[in-house]
Design a binder for this molecule. Structure first.
Ligand SMILES: [Zn+2]
Ligand SMILES: [Zn+2]
Length: 167
């Protein structure tokens, strides 16, 4: 009797441990799938048509929307990045935010921004006004992004880029 009870207790705790391990594994899988800031999905030719809002501010003043251009990663002058890749080079990393700038004739690097349709480049450290130096900030869904070189806009994202005083 005594032994039987102990054995049952061991079986129950083994089941409990297995349950905890499974729950932990599911938790990890879920947090990986919805991890904020991490790009978990990449757009594919002929399969995806994504939209992400984008706005650019300089010293607090909203700049005009980027003008229309064609291609699989483009915009219609509507303040929206349209991602529906037509070509292999527009898939995956080809749909990064920095590539959207490139396709539109602009530039976005770690320290320089030229908005598509504009001739003017802004570089980190240049005077922002009489008192401060300017720096590029990128926010995705309200969260700051510090390395935007690999960021692929996800369907429904809202991007705000600002060149303004530190920080
Ligand atoms: Zn579209
Ligand atoms: Zn379109």
């Amino acid at each position: 009797m005594q032994i039987g009870v102990r054995r049952r207790a061991i079986v129950v705790s083994a089941l409990g441990l297995a349950f905890l391990l499974i729950a932990a594994a599911i938790g990890l899988a879920l947090s990986g799938a919805s991890g904020k800031g991490a790009t978990s999905v990449v757009p594919r030719v002929g399969q995806d048509h994504w939209h992400a809002r984008i706005a650019f501010y300089v010293r607090g003043a909203k700049q005009p929307n980027a003008p229309t251009w064609e291609g699989g990663v483009h915009t219609h002058g509507d303040g929206i990045i349209h991602i529906h890749p037509f070509n292999d080079f527009e898939e995956g990393r080809g749909a990064r935010l920095v590539k959207w700038f490139e396709y539109g004739g602009g530039q976005l690097t770690a320290d320089t921004i030229r908005w598509p349709g504009s001739q003017h480049s802004y570089t980190n450290g240049e005077p922002c006004n009489d008192f401060t130096l300017g720096v590029i900030h990128v926010y995705v869904n309200g969260d700051p992004v510090f390395d935007w070189s690999e960021y692929i806009p996800q369907d429904g994202d809202s991007i705000v880029i600002d060149f303004g005083p530190l920080p």
